[in-house]
Design a binder for this molecule. Structure first.
Ligand code: HEM
Ligand code: HEM
Ligand SMILES: [Fe+2]
Length: 487
């Protein structure tokens, strides 16, 4: 198979598995936005679906769907790149497909139970069967064990393929990172009735995932993505990857302390958490420099403009959402006022979307290009590319608009509830009735609609882009730099 020709050859085993993950991921993305829209409306109409579909449930499904679709997207991306990197067929393709269906069915069962059993006593039985009560990873215990087994199968498939084939700098980092990612999940399974101890371990999953292992994972995917979309030099991207990983772990691991300020942990965390988490934006700046450097060096020439555009959106989204929005409230002197206000979801939305949704969309565009037979997906598309350009714009403007609305609401809360009213119960309600807060909640909905139109266009584009195209992609790199295509 040659990179510069249209192909009618069937996809490889790993690519087929990846496509399944991508489809499931996109369906869950849609579900995430649907439940997000309902949660947002319930802020404005507290009676909406009351006792039928409560805010506690819509919000939970919104953020759980997000975690699961992003993880599905990452697994798909790794299955997509593993054969290309290892220059070897996936070792356990059948096992990978069974694994996909088991995992997807388990997710479906968990969600159905969330929707049917919304309220009731919290006891040992409910922890095992219904809901564990830990935000973002509420899945009941039976599902926890199932997830661990599925992740082990996934890990085996990836590591064994690299072991049978070739190792590279990128794959070495990737496999070590997958060990850490799976290991940390276990910290979220430890049950204790002491809420401080419980939160202490729960953050090992949440913070150490998104600010350490997920960041490294997307670093690997980005490195591979830049080679594929731009023909960036492998030597240069691998060097950047090592630097970024060192800085990411150097700051992110102890940066965990920014969640230990007010949960009953020792006071030294104020200093440790404040200091190390303040360093966390540095590797994110490095990533922007890295992406812009490579794009500039190759004159933004790529056969897949949507993928390249979303990769650039990732570099900037990660920097602003995680780096800038995270830094804003990470010092304890500031967090004292902002903690748990709308400031937090303002950062949460921009960071998760900017850092993780974007790169998943980019890799899915790369996969679509191959699915359509390696067609040209760059300038001069049949429909002028309006769909991908508009969905890119609407999704980014929508999320940025929601972020700004919540930031203003968060300012209002920090000011009224914390600074003026000294964190009193009445101050809490006063802040939520303040005009700027209420208006911001309306603005969040308006931008929520913008985001929703964006995703509809994105689906439409993904289903149609490149279908009428007859030109083939062109090789993007000098032969000595090019990674071989899958066997
Ligand atoms: C892509 C990476 C990141 C993602 C996806 C992310 C996401 C989130 C989310 C969703 C929360 C809310 C957690 C909750 O429900 O309580 C949160 C909290 C927080 N994040 Fe991040 N974050 C990222 C990186 C960062 C960075 C780099 C910093 C600091 C420089 C930071 C600082 C904070 C702080 C201080 C809080 C606590 C907010 C509070 O006190 O209420 N985050 N983050
Ligand atoms: C259609 C657009 C969306 C709407 C209307 C929406 C609405 C909401 C609402 C109302 C909440 C609950 C906030 C609270 O507890 O005060 C929430 C939480 C959250 N949403 Fe969205 N959302 C949307 C899209 C997204 C997207 C695209 C992402 C990321 C990819 C995302 C990630 C999150 C996260 C991480 C939280 C938890 C934040 C925290 O606890 O700090 N949402 N969303
Ligand atoms: Fe954190």
């Amino acid at each position: 198979m040659n990179d510069t020709q249209l192909t009618t050859a069937p996809m490889s085993a790993g690519q087929k598995v990846a496509m399944h993950y991508f489809v499931a991921a996109m369906v869950l993305f849609l579900a995430q936005l649907l439940f997000g829209m309902i949660s947002g409306m319930q802020y404005l109409m507290p009676d909406l679906f009351f006792n039928q579909l409560d805010f506690s449930v819509t919000r939970m499904v919104h953020i759980n769907a997000m975690v699961v679709w992003l993880l599905f997207g990452f697994m798909g991306a790794v299955y997509w790149l593993v054969e290309d990197e290892a220059q070897m067929e996936l070792v356990g393709a059948k096992l990978a497909m069974i694994n996909f269906w088991v995992l997807t069915s388990a997710v479906a069962v968990v969600v159905v139970v969330y929707l049917f059993v919304q309220i009731g006593p919290g006891e040992l039985k409910s922890i095992w069967l219904i809901n564990e009560g830990r935000e973002y990873i509420e899945a009941p215990r039976w599902a926890d064990f199932g997830i661990v087994v599925c992740v082990l199968v996934f890990f085996y498939n990836i590591a064994a393929t690299f072991m049978k084939g070739k190792w590279s700098g990128i794959s070495g980092v990737l496999v070590l990172d997958l060990v850490a990612l799976a290991g940390l999940y276990l910290a979220g399974m430890y049950f204790t009735p002491n809420i401080s101890v419980d939160q202490h371990w729960w953050w090992w999953v949440i913070h150490l995932w998104v600010e350490a292992t997920w960041e490294v994972l997307v670093g690997c995917i980005m490195a591979w993505g830049l080679i594929k979309t731009l023909g960036a030099s492998r030597r240069i991207v691998t060097t950047w990857l090592y630097i970024e990983v060192a800085m990411m772990f150097g700051s992110g691991i102890l940066g965990l302390g920014h969640h230990y300020f007010w949960i009953g942990t020792p006071e030294y965390w104020l200093t440790v958490g404040g200091f190390f988490s303040a360093l966390e934006p540095i590797p994110l700046v490095a990533m922007v420099v890295h992406a812009v450097y490579d794009s500039g060096r190759h004159g933004f020439k790529s056969s897949n403009h949507p993928a390249l555009a979303w990769l650039i959106a990732h570099a900037f989204g990660n920097f602003f959402g995680a780096g800038v929005w995270g830094f804003m409230h990470t010092l304890p002197q500031i967090n004292l006022y902002t903690h748990g206000t709308q400031w937090t979801p303002s950062h949460g939305h921009l960071a998760f979307f900017g850092a993780y949704a974007t790169i998943n969309i980019a890799i899915i565009y790369l996969a679509i290009q191959r699915a359509r037979g390696n067609v040209w997906m760059s300038s001069g598309l049949a429909d002028n590319g309006w769909k991908w350009k508009w969905s890119l714009a609407l999704l980014n403007i929508g999320v940025l608009g929601m972020t700004m609305a919540m930031l203003i609401a968060g300012y209002e809360q920090s000011f009224v509830e914390r600074a003026l009213e000294g964190s009193t119960w009445s101050g809490y309600f006063q802040a939520q009735q303040a005009p700027w807060f209420v208006q911001s909640m309306h603005w969040r909905m308006i931008f929520g609609w913008v985001t929703s139109i964006g995703i509809v266009l994105l689906f439409w584009d993904m289903l149609t882009i490149g279908k009428k195209e007859t030109r083939a992609i062109q090789a993007v790199s000098a032969p000595h730099e090019m990674a071989a295509t899958p066997a």
